[in-house]
Design a protein around this ligand. Structure first.
Ligand code: ADE
Length: 224
């Protein structure tokens, strides 16, 4: 998979060079290209924003630098083009999995009070939100999305990690995990996990999933 990101703040994406995603990028399990929108501004001061028509507070990102940057990185329109915005479709685990199947993705990160609507109308395939709250820009939302979807790309997770047994993988929250020591500060690991009886352990884990999901996210059980 190849991911193009358009942003006014390319350095923010340095944090993706760390940890699991950083290793996957080093091993070229997927390609991530970060493009600075400002480099495409034809303004002599490289300006990328202006006052909103009709008045109001804040600035709006102008169409020229964004549209030229998009044309430069995706000239043949092969990418699914996504604009990060609180007005978008809310990201969920099934949507993450769906996006991870795309060969080419382009993420446009907005800033200031927004992006000129004509960019969205003419260049964007989908608006995506990571939740009902407002961030200062699309960059963090973009990184959240890339982190979540990269986990589905072959070779990104090690063989001991997996997307099969985790929260949401069967529509339920994850069961609790324990490691050594067997007793810590007077708290013992549940006996069943030491039994070696894998059928019983699976049953216990499933029941724990049901219990915690019922307690914290009963909405997830509604269509079960
Ligand atoms: N930009 C600002 N807030 C956002 C959000 N919640 N999701 C995606 N992009 C955003």
């Amino acid at each position: 998979m190849k991911i193009e990101v358009l942003t006014l703040f390319p350095n923010m994406f340095d944090s993706l060079k760390e940890s699991v995603i950083g290793k996957a990028l080093e091993k070229e399990k997927f390609i991530l290209n970060i493009t600075d929108i400002r480099e495409y501004s034809l303004d002599k001061h490289k300006k990328c924003d202006d006052y909103p028509f009709g008045g109001g507070s804040g600035m709006v990102m102008t169409p020229q630098p964004i549209c030229d940057a998009i044309k430069a990185v995706d000239p043949n329109r092969v990418c699914k083009r996504i604009f990060l915005s609180p007005k978008g479709k809310t990201l969920s685990q099934p949507l993450v999995e769906e996006l991870s199947k795309e060969e080419n993705l382009l993420f446009l990160c907005g800033h200031y009070e927004g992006v000129d609507q004509r960019v969205i109308d003419s260049e964007i395939d989908m608006e995506l939100s990571i939740g009902d709250y407002v961030l200062t820009g699309g960059e963090l939302a973009c990184m959240v999305t890339i982190d979540a979807l990269a986990r589905y790309i072959d070779g990104v997770l090690g063989s001991s990690e997996s997307t099969n047994e985790e929260s949401f993988s069967n529509g339920l929250l994850e069961y609790p995990q324990y490691t050594r020591p067997q007793v810590y500060n007077g708290m013992a690991v549940p006996e069943i996990l030491l039994s070696g009886n894998h059928q019983e352990i699976d049953k216990w884990r499933y029941n724990e999933q049901l219990k915690i999901t019922k307690e914290r996210r009963p909405d997830l059980l509604e269509d079960k």
